[in-house]
Design a binder for this molecule. Structure first.
Ligand code: F6P
Length: 477
């Protein structure tokens, strides 16, 4: 056990830095642009915090290092663990299961064994790093067993957990052969945070039914006197950071350049997503293609820019999706395009924050239509960048963000006709209508930023108390 150590520890599957190999062969680390690190950096710097995570390459053990005031602790994964724990159990079992089974989850016992082993490694590393009575914050579905593993090693710690993706309805969760172990893993935390209240309710109901603990509203009462709070904390973005970027001269110029290079069409529609089957890309592209084909939108008038960031490319479902989208875009452009005018500009690439901000500013209609999404930060980034109170947002009802961005054009992404109607409505909306909707959404996003999210979570984590309820266990079904 560490006698000195970090007062605040973040554990996430990935470290918040990317490795750059410079021209002279030396290695430099670049902070990844994620909102989480932006929000937690001040807390980490002031409290001597540590971040524990995988550095992204297999079969490589790195020593802990400091980068720009952050103490980073790399956790090694073997090539086999990348295949079984990361690509397998995390992204081919849990990911589809937690996203409404939009692709079939695969249940493999050797993947589970690897998930247990890797979770234990993260927990052991955190137990070494954390100072006595430190606060430890575990992130996301890849590490759901860590809270209890860590508590067993270090009962003195205050442990929080936040799930960034949806937590499934009880009927779907029950498919998981290791459902009880996952629930028990999470119950090692004092506070289990979710994106939406419904997810927290699903979790509490499952704990009552499957583990047999007594619960009341958002509290679980454990027989050892510990209370576990399960509650929603909708995550957000560095809203002011995005607005400042969007206002900058460089971004303003780049936005104009982007529109010019698209031929200055009357309307630019934009999608930016990881290339993931939960994002509803097929449905969205089909809807836009049909609008052109049936003459509702003129190919001279509108361009759809779809950025799809490469992701999890060794997982089968992702490979299949990539081929499908390539074919679909090719067919639509081939059928309805003209020389020099491709209605869909498809970019399989990842762009820096600045280019994203320029794209947001260049877009008249932002199209965010996932089939299921924990939150969807792209929707919030678009809103933060539209300081001009213009632009319209077409948003899936099944993204967590829909609970907050109520003035968006909300769609059921499975309903192609409904999506077409919403796209048309968003394209035709006047400045007054756009202004009214965008103002309201901006007020919400600018007030509810990531700093407020982190502060609220950590405050409520510090307030969870033990109980003296002497709970009678509920009967397990
Ligand atoms: O929020 C979902 C999530 O899986 C995060 O945990 C992760 O940082 C992000 O999406 C990107 O996924 P990956 O780390 O698998 O590339």
């Amino acid at each position: 056990m560490a006698s000195t150590g970090a007062e605040f520890v973040v554990i996430a599957n990935r470290l918040p830095v990317d490795r750059d190999v410079l021209a002279d062969g030396t290695v430099a680390w670049r902070k990844s642009p994620g909102g989480l690190v932006t929000a937690l950096e001040p807390v980490m710097k002031s409290q001597g915090g540590a971040w524990i995570g995988w550095h992204g390459a297999p079969d490589e053990t790195l020593e802990p290092f400091d980068d720009d005031g952050l103490h980073l602790v790399p956790v090694p994964l073997s090539a086999q663990e990348v295949e079984e724990y990361y690509e397998g159990f995390s992204n081919a079992t849990l990911w589809p299961l937690y996203h409404d089974v939009v692709a079939p989850p695969a249940f493999r016992r050797e993947w589970w064994d690897s998930y247990v082993a890797v979770n234990r490694r993260f927990a052991e590393r955190a137990a070494e790093e954390a100072a006595p009575d430190a606060v430890v914050w575990v992130q996301d579905y890849q590490l759901q067993l860590v809270p209890t593993m860590l508590r067993d090693l270090r009962p003195d710690l205050r442990i929080g957990f936040f799930l960034h993706i949806p937590f499934p309805p009880t009927e779907l969760f029950q498919q998981l052969p290791w459902r009880r172990q996952i629930l028990e893993g999470l119950l090692g935390a004092d506070l289990v945070g979710f994106q939406l209240p419904g997810a927290a309710q699903n979790f509490v109901r499952l704990v009552r039914q499957r583990v047999g603990h007594k619960t009341h509203r958002d509290m679980v009462y454990l027989p050892d006197g510990r209370g576990v709070l399960a509650k929603a904390y909708p995550i957000s973005i560095d809203a002011q950071g995005f607005e400042d970027l969007a206002r900058s001269e460089r971004v303003t110029q780049r936005a104009a350049e982007i529109r010019a290079s698209l031929g200055n069409p009357r309307k630019v529609l934009l999608g930016i997503d990881r290339l993931d089957y939960t994002k509803g890309l097929r449905q969205r592209i089909r809807a836009f293609g049909e609008l052109i084909r049936d003459g509702s939108v003129d190919v001279d008038d509108a361009v759809f820019v779809q950025v799809a960031t490469p992701s999890r490319e060794r997982v089968d479902q992702y490979r299949i999706l990539r081929d499908d989208i390539d074919r679909l875009v090719g067919r639509i452009n081939g059928d309805v395009g003209k020389i020099g005018q491709q209605p869909i500009q498809y970019l399989h690439a990842s762009y820096p924050r600045e280019e994203m901000a320029a794209l947001y500013r260049a877009a008249d209609v932002m199209v965010v239509t996932p089939l299921r999404d924990g939150m969807n930060l792209v929707a919030k980034e678009y809103v933060a960048c539209r300081y001009d109170d213009q632009g319209s947002l077409v948003l899936s009802e099944f993204a967590g963000a829909a609970a907050e961005l109520k003035q968006a054009y909300l769609v059921n992404p499975y309903d192609i006709n409904g999506t077409k109607a919403a796209l048309l409505q968003a394209m035709e909306a006047g400045d007054r209508e756009n202004g009214k909707r965008m103002k309201a959404m901006r007020k919400h996003v600018m007030e509810h930023d990531i700093e407020r999210w982190a502060r609220t979570f950590l405050k409520e984590l510090s307030e969870v108390r033990s109980h003296d309820k002497n709970p009678r266990p509920a009967s397990v079904s």
